[in-house]
Design a protein around this ligand. Structure first.
Ligand code: COA
Length: 387
């Protein structure tokens, strides 16, 4: 297997992007990534696109070919593949691209993610998202994603010492970081009161405990490490790529407050890289809801079960803390265009490792991790990147 490096990245701003079509979003992110890498279209050997539900959101399927076509690559006939794993589509698209380069099958590969969610009413988008759970056993009986994560939060709060204020602090921190990120959907700081007094969505989760509905796209360019310096002075190495799966329904899990797929993917990533949590300088975790960030920090091993609330409250996960979590603003404040999120996490870590994260720069960051979840934890992708 060959070592793999990220040689370029690009990302649109995230939000309600009425002036951009689905395909325009992708093309914008793709051009930014290719320009950043100094790569021309005809040099691309493969394209992987993470997308969860364009069929429901914009009534468009056959995304791989569409994207290659509108990126101006149709005449090059490159292999273009859509990757779908609900909200982990981006993370898996990145992993497929890593595998393609590592195996020697392809050299210059684009991994991207795109979702245009706001062209349908929010009820329709919530229903489309519910397709990432088990439609027969969860969706048909009314379990939406806020509802499922509310069950996780209720179970967690019954068993572990997590206060309502500590949970709210996840959102407060992520909005603080998002306010310093030019691509973020929400760029305003908030207080604990903003969260606790916001409208109830699914008890105990309130509006500001939830990630929003978002349009956006992100792309990264990969190359074999041995060729990376042909394109950039600052290649970022892929130190580990791991994936795990679990039952699709929450009620079939051993323990609904521990995402076993996160535990498994995290352990595999650490084993593959020979690193441990103390080596990680920052981590982008899948905070689709505030409780998801609490579980992720613990399930990846950054603290013991039941400690993440206190850790968050004491500032250990803040920009200047021991282990900065979601420096981009996370899904909560940066936004969550589901198919693009896993690639945006890589985009953020690369910016940090290159020292280009501006007001949210983690000083001296050399190793970063991404954690991307599909559904309530039925698919998890974890990557470790380093300078
Ligand atoms: N955080 C903060 N503010 C939010 C928000 C969020 N997550 N979502 C919407 N808002 C704001 C909007 O900006 C808008 O503000 P304005 O009135 O000042 O313009 C207001 O709340 C109403 O927005 P609207 O789009 O009508 O919200 P909604 O009630 O239809 O949807 C949620 C809110 C929380 C239900 C929706 O964002 C949601 O379902 N989120 C979860 C998405 C999800 O499940 N993703 C997959 C996870 S695995």
């Amino acid at each position: 297997m060959r070592d793999v490096a990220v040689i370029g990245t690009g990302c649109t701003t995230f939000g309600e992007k009425w002036n951009s079509s689905f395909r325009n979003l992708f093309v914008e992110a793709g051009i930014l990534a290719l320009e950043d890498a100094g790569v021309a279209g005809e040099q691309i050997d493969g394209l992987y696109v993470g997308n969860m539900s364009a069929g429901r959101f914009v009534e468009q399927e056959h995304i791989g070919a569409l994207i290659a076509d509108y990126a101006g690559l149709a005449s090059h006939h490159i292999p273009a593949t859509r990757v779908e794993a609900a909200c982990a589509s981006g993370g898996l698209s990145f992993r497929q691209a890593v595998i393609a380069v590592a195996s020697g099958m392809e050299d210059i590969v684009v991994a991207a993610g795109v979702e245009k969610m706001t062209d349908v009413a929010s009820g329709a988008s919530v229903d489309a998202l519910a397709g990432a759970a088990d439609r027969e056993w969860e969706g048909f009986v009314g379990a939406t994603f806020p509802g499922l994560y509310a069950m996780i939060a209720t179970d967690y709060m019954n068993r572990y010492p997590l206060t309502r204020e500590q949970l709210a602090q996840v959102a407060v921190k992520n909005h603080y970081n998002g306010a310093r990120n030019p691509i973020a959907q929400f760029r305003q700081e908030i207080s604990i009161d903003t969260v606790i007094k916001s409208s109830l969505v699914a008890d105990p989760l309130r509006l500001f405990d939830c990630s929003p509905i978002t349009d956006g796209a992100a792309a990264v360019v990969l190359a074999p490490l041995e060729r990376a310096r042909e394109f950039t002075d600052t290649p970022i190495k892929v130190l580990a790529s791991a994936q795990a799966s679990d039952t699709i329904t929450l009620h079939d899990r051993r323990d609904i407050s521990t995402l076993d797929a996160t535990v498994a993917a995290g352990r595999r990533a650490f084993a593959a890289s020979g690193l441990s949590t103390t080596d990680i300088d920052l981590v982008e975790v899948h905070d689709c809801f505030t409780i998801a960030e609490i579980c992720a920090i613990e399930d990846l091993g950054f603290c013991r079960k039941g400690e993440a609330g206190r850790m968050t409250w004491e500032g250990a996960t803040a920009l200047n803390g021991d282990i900065p979590v979601n420096t981009s603003g996370g899904l909560k404040a940066c936004g969550h265009p589901v198919g693009a999120t896993g690639i945006k996490q890589v985009f953020e870590v690369v910016q940090q490792l290159r020292g280009e994260a501006g007001k949210r720069q983690v000083e001296g960051a050399e190793i970063g991790m991404t954690h991307n979840v599909g559904g309530t934890g039925a698919t998890v992708a974890v990557h470790i990147l380093g300078v």
